[in-house]
Ligand binder design. Structure first.
Ligand code: ATP
Ligand code: MG
Length: 423
């Protein structure tokens, strides 16, 4: 992509209505644009990151055997009355009527709809397990939308639903999904923890959350220093202040707890028969008897991950993207693009790297070099090459990394090699 053609409306000013670094940086780097409270547009630069997260999620879920579907966002109220969540879910559930005064809701989650799909077809126990997922826009009328896309009213979620004939099947499906989540978060390249959690509005007995660690996180996590034990403090006992737990012995008897802040980016649940019972989702077992299905449900906050990544990785100059979700891998900063022979060399390097399968940005704008360097740092692209009057006909270019001070002179093959290793 040539920068001169890209719609990236960057700004120098700090937005007045943003508190968190990620919110400020997403606005300043032209990734998102607010339309209403908690409702955002994704502009090209931001959407590129969303798509990279989605690709990683999709790849790992497909590998795990889950199958992608797409359910409607607009859902008939009858389904929510059957599950009894029409009244229980609270004000976050946006309700409205169509032209014939029939009640509908905007989907905040899809247990009801997926149950309705499932019960519509005669299936046998032999067809199970089945795990269906989608990546889709959700709506929750949050009381206090804030921090940009971190807690918005409209957001992108990956939600998945597993169906099994018995509890042991459900546990297996849950474990497969947990492993898929581990691969997803490893692939994304952020520091995260899995913690025991409260099932909240969704329900069920067993649930765990995936948290990206960041000092600005809304949740407090108690993590043992010498065992696997880790929990959201909401499931632990303490007197007044959860930070009291810091330094206390871990409940599993191994080591001490330390309290850290996290951003919830994933939540997995063993639901049991909570929805299938109320919504009459049954299947015939080996003896031909009707059995109520055991379900699991699994969410990932795709749009929240983008903001959480910035919370975990930024400096006073701007964003620092983990390589796997960076909108571009490398930026070719062209100094003096008005000189044909320099721009030609930049385009040549651009072609070579793009053809090798890397996401390359060419800053071909005819503006001050200082502005280009400043924006390059704000946008957080992992690497840059500078090509200008002093080096355009050399065989080596000035190569630098967003996270290291040092600059090195490298040939195009050496640069290709570095990018290849990171693929
Ligand atoms: P929270 O406790 O943050 O409100 P939740 O527990 O209600 O979230 P889930 O129902 O578990 O959320 O939804 C699955 C995932 O969707 C969450 O782990 C989170 O990453 C994301 N998510 C939930 N609410 C929002 C929101 N308002 N804005 C952005 N992402 C959200
Ligand atoms: Mg949750």
């Amino acid at each position: 992509m040539y920068f001169s053609k890209l719609f990236v409306p960057t700004s120098k000013q700090d937005p007045s209505d943003a508190e968190l670094a990620s919110h400020k940086l997403m606005l300043k780097s032209g990734m998102i644009k607010k339309t209403a409270a908690g409702i955002y547009n994704w502009l090209p630069f931001g959407l590129k990151v969303v798509k990279k997260v989605e690709d990683i999620v999709r790849k790992n879920l497909d590998l795990s055997g889950a199958q992608e579907i797409l359910m409607p966002m607009v859902q008939p109220a009858e389904l929510w009355k059957e599950s009894e969540r029409f009244d229980q879910y609270g004000k976050e559930l946006l309700k409205f009527q169509d032209r014939s005064d029939r009640d509908f809701v905007l989907g905040p989650t899809h247990e009801e709809v997926v149950c309705e799909i499932f019960r519509s077809y005669p299936m046998s126990y032999k067809d199970l397990p089945i795990n269906l997922y989608q990546i889709q826009t959700k709506f929750r009328d949050e009381i206090r939308p804030r921090f940009g896309v971190m807690r918005s009213r409209e957001f992108i979620m990956k939600d998945a639903y597993s169906f099994d004939i018995d509890p042991s099947g459900m546990e297996k499906s849950y474990e497969i999904m947990k492993q898929a989540y581990i691969s997803i978060f490893n692939d994304i390249g952020l520091e995260y923890r899995i913690v025991k959690a409260d099932a909240g509005n969704i329900g069920g007995d067993v649930s765990e959350e995936f948290h990206i660690l960041a000092d600005s996180g809304e949740d407090l996590l108690a993590i043992s220093d010498s065992s696997e034990f880790a929990a959201n403090v909401e499931v632990l006992e303490y007197d007044k202040d959860p930070t009291e737990l810091d330094g206390k012995p871990s409940p599993d008897g191994k080591g001490k707890l330390s309290v850290k802040r996290g951003i919830e980016v994933g939540h997995i649940f063993q639901l049991g028969t909570k929805y299938s019972e109320k919504m009459n989702v049954k299947i015939k077992d080996a003896e031909g008897k009707e059995k109520t299905l055991f379900m699991g449900c699994y969410g990932i906050g795709v749009s929240r991950i983008v903001a959480a990544s910035i919370e975990q990785n930024h400096d006073d100059k701007g964003i620092i993207w983990p390589y796997p979700i960076a909108p571009f891998h490398i930026n070719i900063i062209c100094l003096d693009p008005k000189r044909d022979e320099i721009l030609k060399e930049c385009k040549n390097v651009y072609e070579i790297l793009s053809k090798a399968g890397h996401d390359v940005l060419l800053d071909d704008r005819d503006i001050r070099a200082g502005v280009k360097f400043g924006e390059h740092e704000m946008l957080g692209i992992p690497f840059s090459i500078v090509i200008g009057p002093n080096n355009f006909n050399n065989s080596k270019y000035e190569f630098s990394s967003r996270t290291e001070e040092t600059k090195t002179e490298l040939s195009i093959d050496e640069i290709k090699h570095i990018l290849e290793e990171l693929k």
